[in-house]
Design a protein around this ligand. Sequence first.
Ligand code: GDP
Ligand code: MG
Length: 836
Amino acid sequence: MSEPLKIALAGNPNCGKTTLFNDLTGSNQYVGNWPGVTVEKKEGRLKGRPGEVVIQDLPGIYSLSPYSLEEVVARNYLVEEKPDAILNIVDGTNIERNLYLTTQLVELGLPMVIAVNMMDLVKKAGDRIDFDRLGKSLGCEVVAISALKGDGGAEVAERAFELAKAHRRGEVPHVFTGAVEHALAHIEEHIEGAVPSKDALRWFAVKVFERDEKILARLKLDPKVAADIESHIKDCEKELEDDAESIITNQRYEYIKSLVECAVVKKPRKDNLSASDKIDRVVTNRWLAIPIFAAVVWFMYFVAVQTVGSWLTDWANDGVFGDGWFVYKTADCAAFCSDEVNAARAADPEHTWENVSGEYDNAQKVIEDWTAAYDEAAAEKGLPASEEKIDEALAGSVATHITFDDEETGEIDEEASRDYGYADYLAAKEVAEPDPADYGLWVPGIPPLTEKLFEKIGIAEDHWLHTLVFDVVFFGVGTILGFVPQIVIVFLFLAFLEDVGYMARIAFIMDRIFRRFGLSGKSFIPMLVGMGCGVPAVMATRTIESQRDRRMTIMLGTYIPCGAKYAIIAMFVTAFFGGKAWVATSMYLLGIATIVLGGIALKKFGAFAGDPAPFVMELPAYHMPTATGILIHTWERTKAYMIKAGTIIFVACVAIWFLMSFSWGFRMVELEESILHDIGTWFAWIFAPLGFGTWQGAVATVTAEIAKEQAVADLAMLAGNADSVGVAQGIRMLFDSFNPGLGLATLTGLSFMIMNLFDPPCLVAIATTFREMGTRKWGWIAVGFQFLVGYCMALVTFQLGRLFFYGGHFGFWTAVAFALVAAVVWLVVRPMPKSK
Ligand code: GDP
Ligand code: MG
């Protein structure tokens, strides 16, 4: 069989190339709305002719000039590798601008078909396009399609295939005026021997006329020939009183203008504003844009973290991976309750699961607190601990104050909060643990079922297999998987916002802000990609030509929370802030603020200075996205998250479990004697100014470099050991123990979250950073910078938070925090240093 024919998809950004590519090849991949994502070449086999045709998706470009990476990639492919045919996609709603590229593509002398896309929108707007006329003038066939609706794509590909097979080239249209044509004819004559492909002679001639340096270097013309050509160009420039490049550009536009005038009939718009434009007036409004964006992010978190997502995650974490869950409770359906419970309820309507289990929990707390008080007193007297024997005389004198607060509202229960003595302890001992199965239709979670199974086969609670399964599978990996519902919701939102076209607006808004500070708006595009994962974000910086801007973008790009960081945000916001969506939103906006301020500060260093590259940002019209597109997109990201939980996170949890369960002598021990305890202690001091200078805090922060959600898995494992109180409360108790008695759990949690959101990203992203930075030195600079940023932000949060809100005293670290704030302000507002 012969080599398959190659058909290249070429067109402006957002003209629908990727959509058509997916339609033609059936391979599903990224469909985004901003230029640049397709800078890597993508190939696929044509559906129906898999052996005969390869389709190549080229990066979206506005012209074949050498000014951006995409343009160079695309034109090198078209000129040097020469596809067998070009399928030029033209956005029918924006035909003038799109044809600019078309007039250049036809000069390549390759078989070519033009597909006018978005015909559904063109028809809706009431415009009419005369395809025959367009085709005659441009010298190639023009076909109407709608890639999104799947109309005409297959036909146009078939047509391109036929042309490619027959090597039928089009005719070069008459674009330029006499004077230019005259010069071009001379140039063609001169360079005919030097061009790599005779077909593209016209294209090379135009490029030589424009004095395109890359092409002149490629042709290596004889100096004498070059001088002769130059004199022709000069003559022409003199005659037309303009420079050569502008002459070509202007004449192309003149040609397109007159062509469109006779081939396209636009229905008069009522107020010249499409619905899309009207929406944009509000959405990209100077003052409203950012508040609207914040509201959108808030709504996303409201659904994901505060309401729907958290219900599902609670069910997953406390139900499936916890004790279990009720399908029906007492109040709903008596038929599912045991006879005793129904009898008790007949006598006392308050005899519900909530009250009975609440009483039991309170009794447990009484037992725990009272024995602690007793043990303390016993130790003083040299008596044995409560576990061995209770001394009645001593017990009678021991009483302890216990405060009870409502789990939901956090309010203190005045009636129940009082001193508890020995009699209360004895009474509490009598309270039997209620069985939820008596109170309704109860589905046990996986852990209790496993417990039963282990009991049957004789694996005790302190057996290593028991702790391995419970710690690693239920607390570690289980917690991470418990966040899948929230992650799915976040990803669904992001996919929707991307496909609708809203994210392109965000890039546009950010460009406006960035530009004011001498930053390129292009830097923001990789960051939008980073909403799913930091790795493609770092890779997407390839679209930035300026090395300095590229490096800066890599260093800052991962501050947009990725999927793994959503897990951290969700966990901490649930554990410490009652799952409030606005706290999660603040973390998001803090990320953006860090990027903007970091960019401004870095720009003033010589290594990053320089004017921003010009950036053409085209806002595509809003589209109603397809459900399959969104679902595929969401599924791919969620799948990656789950695979990570089952592989990297699982292995890391096993390692952590081993280290936290065994001593250096490989004996199973309590946490405090474990290897992990010792390792964590070695560098816990580093985090002391941040409020979590404990071995647990250190271990979680360091292992989070493996994968960000590992921090949550670690904490769940470490907290899970304490009690069966649910992951969120366990973590809160753990953080409370970091600064015993000071009530700083929430502040410490916030500081820990900030450290882990703003320190270097995970290992894979760091490896990508090193690769994309090019040199090892710059890799280390990036990681060092990120560590500093995270560390300083957490330090300031903890120290100043404590000073202002928790009655802390002014000390050395508070002074450091103030100095840091002052330093950041100075770095941001200082004037741009004069360059040499
Ligand atoms: P690319 O940048 O050229 O790869 O363009 P994409 O394939 O990513 O498409 C950009 C946007 O245009 C996406 O939101 C598509 O859903 C949308 N789109 C593509 N083709 C059509 C079409 O025929 N009709 C409509 N209404 N939208 C389309
Ligand atoms: Mg694309």
